[in-house]
Design a protein around this ligand. Structure first.
Ligand code: PLP
Length: 517
């Protein structure tokens, strides 16, 4: 495998030219003050090495970089377990309305009635969609929602004199955030095996409940699970946990197979989160911020964070802080408001009558790929899937081509790679989630590209092993990038020459001695 790092983009610092500027401030109409009078000396830096550029320089630089980036507005993005669906632009139009965009969290309630009504409506709509009795909109991500959900479970047990329960059961196929959130909340995680069906191993679950009797605080379950399969025994599973005195948590990050069609609340779940930035069309993957609201059944409602949005008897909307059993605050103010608003527009756009079209088309698209691509690549669990389908590329690996190589090669065909090597229990795994927003033409073209790669594996494997050929960067050392994270800019030595250098082949700012900013 060739590892080549080819970053060719100059930074703003390298494009900088002394004396160039892109703004003009009007003359000040207040008396000038010396900076030393306003700020303590330690906060003042006289030699701040900022780049000097014209406005077109800056605009072109960032537009160019943004066009190198891949995004769902540019093409098909079949990243399993991430639900990269199209983000309707009407969501952004609502977010740009001044009454929403400029509302201030410290504004008096009577001047922010519209925003408060959105929060209340959203709590109500999500409760209905999830089959829950109440919803908190505070969590800012799926993992944040998991943490809150577990805090609610803990608060419930403590309130009932069962604070000694210390174990959370988590299936082996679970998303990595599940055990991490449980550990963060002070719980011990106990892993449940996945059986030959790709589902929770019921015998192992029963054995674990016997072994940890009296210690089980709850179970975290993703349904459909991360293999894209519906847990058929769900009613039995939630019943067993309840009988053991535990509560059942649903990881509903990806509700795309269920929304409008089935409700976790009806399956016996007591508490769950859902990702507005996956299921409900809020941008994510660098386009955030996200939102991971948590829904609960009545028994957990008293413990929800403060404040909750409420509709008062006189019909006005407000914030209720009078919640004596609340776990308190888990984030600033009232949750990620503009993400919540985008999802609200999305939900209102579909409405109660058409919501099921999302899940039905998501499941249809995933099964279309499972069947058509299953002629070329091996499906890990060959039965009807939900919103995503999982392939194992064991056979290709025998020819020297790994799932990673196929994922890199698909970039050359203009697609974002699918999720790879997750869930861990599928060898050479590729997980594909098309979402409901893709047309059959888009999906057919993607399938044709994948089939072409399968032919290349036989005829010209080096084409795959050295891919991508057409991307701005080649294969990055991802492990080193994660372990030796470097977020500061340092001038390159020797600094490469870009068009329009300043005479000495040196395009720099003239201030390279300041190595980090
Ligand atoms: C994405 C995802 C999460 C975590 O959501 P974040 O917003 O990234 O924290 C949790 N569980 C599953 C199944 C997911 O797909």
């Amino acid at each position: 495998m060739s590892i080549e790092l080819k970053i060719i983009e100059p930074t703003l610092f390298e494009l900088s030219r002394e004396g160039r500027f892109g703004f003009q401030l009007a003359a000040s109409d207040v008396p000038a003050k010396d900076a030393h009078e306003l700020l303590p000396d330690v906060a003042l830096r006289g030699d701040l090495p900022l780049p000097e550029l014209s406005e077109p320089d800056v605009v072109r630089h960032f537009i160019h970089l943004s066009s190198l980036n891949y995004c769902v507005d540019k093409g098909f993005y079949p990243l399993g377990s991430c639900t990269m669906k199209y983000n309707p632009k009407i969501n952004d139009a609502a977010v740009a309305m001044p009454g929403f965009a400029r509302v201030h969290p410290y504004q008096p309630e009577e001047t922010a009635q519209g925003a408060l009504e959105v929060l209340w409506q959203m709590q109500t709509a999500l409760s209905a969609l999830l089959g829950m009795d109440a919803v908190s909109l505070h969590p800012c991500a799926g993992a944040h929602g998991e943490l809150l959900g577990l805090m609610l479970i803990r608060a419930y047990h403590e309130h009932n004199g069962q604070g000694n329960r210390k174990s959370i059961l988590v299936p082996s196929a679970a998303h990595g955030t599940n055990p991490a959130s449980a550990a963060r909340c002070g719980y011990k995680t106990v892993s449940i095996d996945t059986d030959a069906r790709g589902l929770v191993d019921m015998n192992h679950l029963r054995a674990l409940l016997e072994k940890h009797a009296g210690d089980v605080a709850g179970l975290m379950l993703t349904n459909p699970n991360t293999l894209g399969l519906f847990e058929k025994d769900i009613l039995e599973i939630t019943g067993l946990i309840h009988d053991a005195g535990g509560l059942v948590y649903c990881d509903g990050a990806n509700m795309n197979a269920l929304v409008g069609t089935a409700r976790p609340g009806d399956m016996g779940f007591d508490v769950m989160h859902t990702n507005l930035h996956k299921t409900f069309s809020v941008p994510h993957g660098g386009g955030g911020p996200g939102a991971g609201p948590v829904g609960v059944k009545k028994i957990l409602e008293p413990f929800l964070p403060v404040p909750q949005a409420v509709r008062r008897e006189d019909g006005t909307f407000g914030l209720d802080y009078d919640r004596p059993l609340s776990v308190g605050k888990i984030g600033p103010f009232y949750g990620p408001f503009l993400a919540i608003l985008r999802a609200y527009v999305y939900i209102r756009h579909y409405g109660r009558e058409r919501m099921h079209e999302i899940s039905q088309n998501a499941v249809l698209n995933a099964n279309y790929i499972r069947v058509r691509l299953g002629e070329t690549f091996e499906v890990a669990y060959p039965e009807i899937c939900m919103h995503e389908c999982v392939f194992t590329l064991k056979a290709l690996k025998a020819k020297g081509v790994k799932a990673l190589d196929v994922a890199k090669r698909i970039i050359d065909y203009g697609y974002h790679p699918p999720t790879m090597y997750f869930p861990l229990l599928v060898p050479e795994c590729l997980m594909i989630e098309p979402t409901e927003t893709e047309s059959v033409e888009t999906i057919d073209a993607f399938i044709a590209a994948m089939e072409q790669i399968a032919r290349e594996a036989d005829e010209n494997p080096s084409l795959i092993l050295n891919a991508p050929h057409a991307a701005p960067v080649r294969r990055l050392d991802e492990a080193a990038a994660a372990r030796n994270l470097d977020l500061s800019w340092t001038p390159r030595e020797p600094v490469p020459s870009f068009q329009g250098d300043n005479g000495d082949g040196h395009p720099g700012t003239g201030r390279e001695s300041a190595s980090t900013f």
